[in-house]
Write a protein that binds this ligand. Structure first.
Ligand code: SF4
Length: 64
């Protein structure tokens, strides 16, 4: 089983902290919506983003 991170858009304020600390480039910021999104790149499950996000807008989800 493998896991990645999902962005809860309603909670994201687009601060970009998650995208800056993500070691694999999984999390990016959409320039139009100013929200983080999962780019589909392999997530190595470091989970630094979960702890760093100030609004708790990230959650762990299973990859299907
Ligand atoms: S750290 Fe949280 S609030 Fe900031 S861009 Fe990432 S998901 Fe959005």
């Amino acid at each position: 089983m493998s896991y990645t991170v999902n962005v809860i858009e309603e909670k994201c304020v687009g601060c970009s902290i998650c995208s800056r600390i993500c070691p694999t480039g999984t999390l990016k910021i959409n320039k139009e919506t100013k929200k983080a999104y999962n780019s589909g790149v392999y997530c190595d499950n470091a989970w630094g983003c979960l702890y760093a996000c100030p609004t708790k807008a990230l959650e762990i989800v299973e990859v299907r």
